[in-house]
Design a protein around this ligand. Structure first.
Ligand SMILES: [Zn+2]
Length: 340
């Protein structure tokens, strides 16, 4: 309920001093919307889905996920950008062009160019990745479950609106083959996972998809959706360790290069090392001086187990050997696969 209603209702139940400490409006001066919370004083939040503070948090999360430097970190640049353009859709950063001027009133043209150039190499997504990157409330892992079967946003929304909450619920129930393993799911800090009841979760996800539907459609012409379901399309699951190897300084640099190389190949860079991986990328694959990370140990362990079982003739259908390669080695493998 609204905090201001709570204060009226609870007058006499709680003392005035305490009730006065509860904020009736959003802390963000740009917003000023009423606040809400539960009857038991939990979950205090601003009730405006377009609250500038929330938009800023979603943009920062998006930039971190994309590996765009200089625009992450909570702070002035994001707020400058929001203020200059009146941004209420985080995805609209993809609509920005250098001819528009600077990103924000206190952001230089040099810095704007630097940020734009990074962002410009990261416009290629699968439909599910695009939905997830928007960071809509309650939608992270579920983006993969709901959108993985589609390349076309309009088609996906036709099914969602026709099938309603029940459709979402059914999609959430599909565990295996949804594109995300249990382990990856567990690693995500996801507000959606905080809701144990799947029906309630489905409803929240459905509402969020409806609330922000237009945001997704508005920015669609400014990104490139990879047609993963096109004939001959190969999708690989790859996990990168912190050090991928020369000439890449960061993982993000490598990610964008890989997925802009071949039209018939999509590499899904996953968050965790799971047995569903096709490759683990690690600089140490061709450089002895690189530290062995825990992920490398983990995959090496699986591979040793695989070889042991293979030697015993006891391989299970789910067993898989996961090659550990450097970034440049992976590029060579991709080149080979793309010309098949
Ligand atoms: Zn607010």
């Amino acid at each position: 309920m609204l905090v201001r209603d709570f204060k009226v209702k609870m007058k006499g139940v709680y003392d005035d001093g305490f009730l006065n400490t509860l904020p009736s409006t959003c802390f963000d001066p740009r917003c000023g919307s009423p606040t809400e919370m539960s009857d038991v004083l939990t979950g205090l939040h601003c009730n405006n889905p377009r609250c500038p503070s929330k938009i800023a948090i979603r943009i920062v999360a998006m930039m971190n996920k994309l590996g765009v430097k200089d625009f992450s970190g909570k702070g002035k640049r994001v707020d400058d950008f929001i203020t200059k353009w009146g941004v209420d859709n985080p995805l609209s950063i993809f609509c920005y062009e250098l001819s528009d001027g600077t990103l924000g009133d206190n952001i230089s043209m040099d810095m704007s160019t630097k940020i734009f150039n990074q962002l410009d190499t990261k416009r290629a997504f699968t439909l599910a990745e695009y939905v997830r990157i928007a960071n809509m409330p309650f939608i992270q892992t579920s983006a993969f479950k709901i959108f993985s079967d589609y390349d076309d946003l309009a088609e996906a929304y036709r099914d969602i609106e026709e099938g309603g909450v029940e459709f979402i619920r059914n999609k959430l129930n599909i565990g295996k083959g949804s594109g995300v393993s249990k382990e990856v799911e567990d690693s995500l800090i996801d507000s959606e996972d905080a809701i144990p009841d799947i029906s309630v979760r489905a409803l929240k996800i459905y509402q969020s998809l409806m609330t922000y539907k237009q945001d997704l459609f508005d920015v669609l012409p400014f990104v490139k959706i990879i047609n993963t379901h096109a004939e001959g399309m190969v999708t690989l699951k790859v996990k990168c360790t912190e050090e991928v190897g020369k000439p890449y300084r960061t993982k993000a640099e490598f990610y964008s290069e890989v997925n802009n190389l071949y039209g018939n190949l999509h590499v899904e860079f996953v968050d965790n090392a799971t047995k569903e991986l096709d490759y683990l990328v690690w600089a140490g694959a061709e450089d002895d001086s690189v530290r062995v990370s825990r992920k490398v140990e983990k995959v090496t362990g699986w591979n040793e187990q695989y070889k042991k079982r293979e030697a015993e003739g006891a391989l299970k259908s789910t067993d898989k050997y996961i090659p550990i390669v450097s970034a440049t080695q992976l590029l060579k493998i991709l080149e080979g696969l793309s010309s098949k």
